[in-house]
Design a protein around this ligand. Structure first.
Ligand SMILES: O=C[C@H](O)COP(=O)(O)O
Length: 254
């Protein structure tokens, strides 16, 4: 049985003090038993707040990770944060290829591929973000997302990966993509992942929140949350839903 995964990226929404308050709230949820043992929660704060995650979440079963990683192994790369450093800080995950990195920072498939390789070399699990930019039909979206995934995984020995299917048009939108659309694309992405010899979970992201997993059912293994996880009550609701909505009997997850 695959363990559902709920990942949260704080992007650049919260300042340092706000992030500490939010992480403290996540700690309180964990201490109160509101992070179910059979659901994995991973939080991705801004890089400078990773030590706060170490401080506030150690001893819980909440994982933490980064929103990005350097494509190189270190040395003369001003401003870069390496996978090795993330590993030292206890990160289990790092997102790569997020739509905002691809559009705002001109990140290419080659960059994403290099980052996946670095993460695997340092035993972190990449959360590879894929998704079509414009509203198109499910068949075309499935091809676009699967091809992005194949480009990201090429050249790295197969292992565990998390694929976050995020239609770019749904990120920051009021509502998530429709269930049939997500199910079709998630199915295609999962097939491509498995065809390439990788194992892992497929998440949906893009205006996801309470109720989204109920609408998506078993087509995904969890959610990649943004804005709607700032409200810790909403996050707790999603975690509750993940216990019943997402587990799949097949598909090699964690
Ligand atoms: O990383 C998370 C996604 O981009 C979703 O963001 P959002 O839920 O704020 O639309």
């Amino acid at each position: 049985m695959t363990t559902p995964l709920v990942a949260v990226s704080l992007k650049a929404y919260l300042g340092a003090a706000q992030t500490r308050v939010w992480l403290g709230g996540v700690r309180a949820l964990a201490d109160a038993g509101r992070v179910p043992a059979d659901v994995e929660l991973a939080v991705l704060p801004s890089m400078p707040l990773l030590p706060a995650a170490v401080e506030l979440l150690s001893g819980t079963h909440v994982a933490w990770g980064a929103q990005d990683v350097a494509p190189g192994s270190g040395g003369a790369q001003t401003g870069a944060v390496t996978a090795a450093l993330l590993a030292e800080l206890g990160c289990r995950f790092a997102a790569v290829g997020h739509a905002e990195r691809r559009s705002l920072f001109r990140e290419t498939d080659a960059d994403v591929r290099a980052k996946v390789a670095r993460l695997k070399a340092d035993a972190l699990t990449p959360i590879v973000c894929v998704g079509e930019v414009e509203r198109i039909g499910a068949r075309a979206a499935a091809v676009a997302a699967s091809d992005q995934l194949a480009a990201a995984l090429a050249g790295t020995e197969a292992g565990e990966v998390v694929v976050a299917y995020e239609p770019v048009w749904a990120i920051g939108a009021p509502q998530p993509a429709g269930g049939d659309h997500v199910a079709a694309v998630a199915h295609a992405v999962r097939e491509r992942m498995q065809d390439l010899g990788w194992r892992g979970r497929v998440l949906y992201g893009g205006a996801a929140g309470p109720g989204t997993l109920g609408a998506l059912g078993a087509s995904v293994d969890g959610l990649f949350l943004g804005r709607f996880a700032h409200d810790l009550g909403a996050l707790a609701e999603v975690l509750d839903e993940a216990r019943t909505a997402a587990p799949r009997a097949v598909g090699a997850g964690a």
